[in-house]
Design a protein around this ligand. Structure first.
Ligand SMILES: [Fe+2]
Ligand SMILES: [Fe+2]
Length: 393
């Protein structure tokens, strides 16, 4: 999600600022950089042209000798990371939270679900739909993890700890979109066809996390993201409860708990990288934060609204589901989690990155306060997901 501050400031780099919006076009070109540059720019077929962004693509930025680090961590990952997966037999499944289609009471259960959802306002549904769509673009995230050098699943069924983690993580995550999708379908409150189109566009567009095939950047990104989703699902749970839908609150809360477990695993990987290679890891964190964490669904499009992601993010910000303050809080949490402030013995470049990172949460908050001071009047924007009804953003 972008961090849009009262219609004025956009903190995530790829959240469709007016500049990047003008660049959204099927014509893609990419400049060369110091690192190797991907050749995939080419011609994006005009017949299939979901919106996409244009920027420099840096690839394989981790020096090859660091591949050894990840190889040497194989056993460590088995003992320390795979333990954060839950055995399938102990996992919840979407069906545990949904009307049972083979029971006699199915129609009554659906009626009850729909009655409860009546109390939830349209703006809440816009945010829940956006969160669901983000979860449903899971193929993109598995692809993204498998772009990372040294940890990718080389065969599709590789038995390295890294590959086992990625597949099992994907399998756990797959339940999130599935459950939210079925709940939203049964609620009858949203335009499912528009939502399904948005998912198809989004998976077709991919994502651009700027992780450069580099597992340092990749695992920093996923640490940030898992915490971001933990926070936003937690907030949709809280709001559902406030509106009287305790079952939906339970659904969102259960998903949030998964995200928390995933956050624990990813932050542990980065903690280990800090231990082995403090200089390289602090510079990777500085690099990632300089580029800003673009949210996974930032290329969202519904066939109508060119600024759909920005609009969705604004509603999420206004409802307090995911805000600029959350972005700053996540960074501050990670800085504390990884002890970034207290690191010693860094190179001068590492030290500069450390200073930048540690000062960033306060800078983001100052920006937010300033933006709050310039708060504009809310303007209504139609959302196709709720039958083109207007939502104030
Ligand atoms: Fe998820
Ligand atoms: Fe997650």
């Amino acid at each position: 999600m972008a961090l849009r501050l009262n219609s004025t400031v956009v903190l995530t780099s790829h959240s469709f600022s007016s500049k990047s919006r003008s660049l959204r076009s099927p014509r893609v070109s990419m400049a060369s950089t110091l690192h190797s540059v991907s050749k995939e720019a080419g011609n994006v077929k005009k017949s299939y042209s979901p919106p996409r962004e244009v920027h420099v693509q840096v690839t394989h930025s981790m020096s090859p000798h660091k591949l050894e680090i990840f190889k040497s961590l194989e056993n460590w990952a088995e003992d320390n990371i795979l333990v954060h997966l839950k055995p399938v037999e102990k996992c919840w499944q979407p069906q545990d939270f949904l009307p049972d289609p083979e029971s006699e009471g199915f129609y009554d259960q659906v009626r009850e679900l729909r009655a409860r959802s009546k109390e939830l306002p349209d703006d809440y549904f816009v945010v829940l739909v956006g969160d669901m769509i983000t979860e449903e673009a899971l193929p993109t995230y598995q692809t993204m993890l498998n772009t990372l050098d040294g940890v990718r699943d080389e065969t599709g069924a590789s038995l390295t700890s890294w590959a086992i983690w990625t597949r099992a993580w994907t399998a756990e995550e797959n339940r999130h979109g599935d459950l939210l999708n079925k709940y939203l379908y049964l609620s009858g409150r949203v335009d499912m066809k528009q939502i399904e189109k948005t998912i198809q566009y989004l998976i077709g567009s991919g994502m651009d996390p700027k992780t450069e095939n580099n597992p340092y950047l990749g695992f920093i990104y996923t640490s940030f993201q898992e915490r971001a989703t933990f926070i936003s699902h937690g907030n949709t749970a809280r709001l559902a409860k406030e509106h009287g839908d305790v079952k939906l609150a339970q659904i969102c809360g259960t998903i949030a708990a998964d995200e928390k477990r995933h956050e624990t695993a990813y932050t542990k990987i980065v903690e280990k990288l800090f231990e082995i290679d403090p200089d390289g890891t602090v510079m990777a964190l500085g690099d990632m934060m300089k580029k800003k964490i673009s949210m996974p669904a930032h290329l969202m499009y519904d066939g109508k609204d060119d600024n759909l992601f920005e609009h969705f993010s604004s509603v999420a910000q206004r409802l307090g589901v995911y805000t600029a303050k959350d972005y700053a809080d996540i960074l501050e949490f990670l800085v504390g989690r990884w002890n970034v402030e207290k690191m010693t013995g860094l190179s001068s470049e590492g030290h500069r990155a450390q200073d930048f990172i540690c000062g960033l949460p306060a800078r983001i908050r100052r920006l937010e306060e300033r933006a709050q001071g310039r708060a504009k009047e809310l303007s209504p924007v139609p959302f196709s997901w709720v039958f083109d009804r207007s939502i104030k953003i």
